[in-house]
Design a protein around this ligand. Sequence first.
Ligand code: FAD
Length: 430
Amino acid sequence: STLELAPHICVVGSGPAGFYTAQHLLKHHPRAQVDIYEKQLVPFGLVRFGVAPDHPEVKNVINTFTQTARSTRCAFRGNVTVGRDVSVSELREAYHAVVLSYGAEDHNILGIPGEELPGVISARDFVGWYNGLPENRKLAPNLNCDTALILGQGNVALDVARILLTPTELLEKTDITAEALKVLKQSQVKRVWIVGRRGPLQVAFTIKASRPRKRLLELLVRTARKPPEPKADSKVTTPRAWGLRFLRSPQEMLPSPNGSRVVGIRLAVMRLEGSDENAQAVPTGEMEDVPCGLVLSSVGYKSRSIDPTVPFDPKLGVIPNSEGRVLGAPGLYCSGWVKRGPTGVIATTMNDSFLTGQALLQDLEAGVLPLGPKLGYSVIEPLLKNRGVQPVSFKDWEKLDAEEVAQGQAVGKPREKLVDPQQMLQILGP
Ligand code: FAD
């Protein structure tokens, strides 16, 4: 049948989940055609926009993803937001199967008074800002204060603390954006508190994994270095320090007298009930006010629903699924953070994406997927054109990539990320 000749499969999202799912499908089915849709102009999801700039070795997975994207049976369709430019139903019509791997684009809120004050930002936005995520490029975080406070004690909190504390001489050689480097060079932040509700035994980064331990050590080593001689353009003249504050739960942000910005935070002092890793933190009734000019909330990423036709569990923030098969929606699959929730490293995401790919191929083999010819992108292309959407290809990305690398070379960085979509489209030409 036609299906046996070439199943057309659509993957939504080009982060690790999207690429590893595509890789599995292409490797284990000799004729599968895979289209990867991505809302950004550029591929790789959190490998580009999440992983810290001072961890370049983590980004080596991009080489594998690039090999996948260059396959003649794979196509990258960037600059297409699924759920807005094209619906999931339209994709399901056009393809034999659709894999949702669009990650976790939201963040949890604290839900406390003063959270909206200038000077209070999410770690997600801060990470997006220093990594060149277009929507965060104008964040302009206030680093003209001597104390920053991070709420949450996970890996992202440690990344953020390290970026705030690392001497800019070291960051200069990374792919951190020019704008972030400029602001960090002027930073007056001398002290960073990393605050958590529970105790040292329960925090997210003391789990029995080596990566968090490595990150804590790294933070210790970097900040214990002899502080660099103050430079003319640097306002930092004293060594920087950081500390962990356990058993503190945020109650409210404290505003300046005219209410224009945050100047501190009120924390409830907690104590532990029970003694093991599952011990609960309960309030002691005591409060503590900590002055700080910048609060970064790092209490987790969160997935959104992509389209009202797709089942979604808002409480768990995942698409309900069984081994990657979306419940009640034959032909629809999911992988990565939107399948498991927003935890786990790239290797975890790889394993679960391979499993989703395997489930899809089993269904294909078993004849569970809708039979009959499907035309894939040739049905979607005219829809996008009518809607004024201008998709970009992997060749286009390679052009942008070359431009970034060239700009970076000029200033001794691996790349200078382009952060303005208009400028990127200009470089690509009509
Ligand atoms: P993502 O990487 O988020 O990919 C989702 C993709 O879908 C994105 O490209 C997004 O633009 C796209 N998308 C979203 N909505 C749509 C839509 N509507 N239409 C089309 N496309 C859409 N792991 C490590 O192993 N090492 C590290 O050092 C490390 N550091 C990290 C640092 C941070 C700050 C964070 C947040 C995570 C880090 N991780 C790290 C974890 C790793 O990034 C994740 O495991 C992995 O990226 C999850 O993959 P994913 O494909 O599910 O999601």
